[in-house]
Design a protein around this ligand. Structure first.
Ligand SMILES: Nc1ccn([C@@H]2O[C@H](COP(=O)(O)OP(=O)(O)OP(=O)(O)O)[C@@H](O)[C@H]2O)c(=O)n1
Ligand SMILES: C[C@](O)(CO)[C@H](O)COP(=O)(O)O
Length: 235
């Protein structure tokens, strides 16, 4: 257990319905081999020595959580998810603050739908804390040429892909700074599709930490095969 004054919490937004997956089961509860996608994701963090506790934001209509093996685990806390991902994340941050979080703590936010995260990337983010006070996110560079489309779905322009980074999660920030930044961003009706968006609106410049295409977000049916391959190889 990490006894330092600066603890690392994890918030896992898991309240989505997975509409793009076209599955009868919310995608975070689809099983690969013997475990659900959500279990792979939660276990990634429970197995990491630097992680204090994990807060999972659940859909209010979630019927599957009760079947997962975390009911008696004191390091796993649940909270009520919200209408959008950002609302679920904020609910998790508020839960931490109400529970035992302090202003010294940091938080990693990681999509439930990214079960193939390699633990070494958690280490990389933790290490980034020493040099990135504004926080950091995992990201990967674009390997294809990047086009900007006009509203008729034809090419408007090509942009220099050296400047293009595809954001992943975890996204790692000081707990209180992130919580306040999200609240300000939402009050200003900014679009917040990841935590870094809110931090940017607040004027911060989070660092980019190299991630991996292995850390894919299971979004559409074809992603399941890729996730299965990675998970069956063992991470
Ligand atoms: N109101 C929401 C919406 C999404 N999420 C979570 O945010 C992560 C990333 O979102 P996404 O991949 O878009 O998941 P869904 O919203 O479930 O997918 P879709 O957009 O296809 O419905 C997922 O783990 C999802 O469970 C959440 O906690 N609360
Ligand atoms: C947070 C995220 O995974 C970073 O790429 C992404 O923004 C989530 O988008 P989604 O549409 O909520 O899956």
């Amino acid at each position: 257990m990490n006894m330092s004054s600066e603890r690392i919490w994890v918030v896992i937004p898991a309240a989505g319905i997975g509409s793009r997956m076209n599955s009868g089961t919310p995608k975070q509860y689809i099983k690969i081999e013997d475990k659900t996608i959500l279990e792979y994701t939660i276990n990634r963090f429970l197995e990491h020595s630097k992680v204090h506790k994990v807060v999972v934001a659940l859909n209010p209509n979630d019927k599957n959580w009760q079947d997962l093996p975390y009911q008696e685990n004191s390091r796993v806390i649940t909270t009520k998810g919200g209408e959008n991902r950002v609302d679920s994340v904020l609910s998790g941050l508020d839960q931490i603050r109400q529970f035992e979080g302090t202003e010294h703590d940091w938080v990693m936010v990681h999509d439930a739908a990214r079960p193939c995260l390699n633990p070494r990337h958690i280490d990389d983010l933790v290490e980034s804390k020493a040099t990135s006070p504004d926080g950091a996110i995992l990201a990967i560079g674009a390997v294809d040429t990047v086009k900007i489309a006009n509203n008729h779905q034809s090419i408007e322009a090509t942009i220099d892909r050296e400047t293009v980074w595809l954001a992943q999660t975890p996204q790692f920030f000081p707990l209180e700074t992130l919580r306040k930044a999200i609240r300000v961003a939402l009050d200003s009706e900014a679009t917040v599709t990841d935590e870094a968006s809110a931090m940017e609106v607040a004027g911060y410049h989070p660092a980019l930490v190299i991630g991996s295409r292995q850390n894919l977000k299971v979004t559409e049916p074809e992603d399941l095969m890729l996730a299965s391959i990675w998970l069956n190889r063992g991470i």
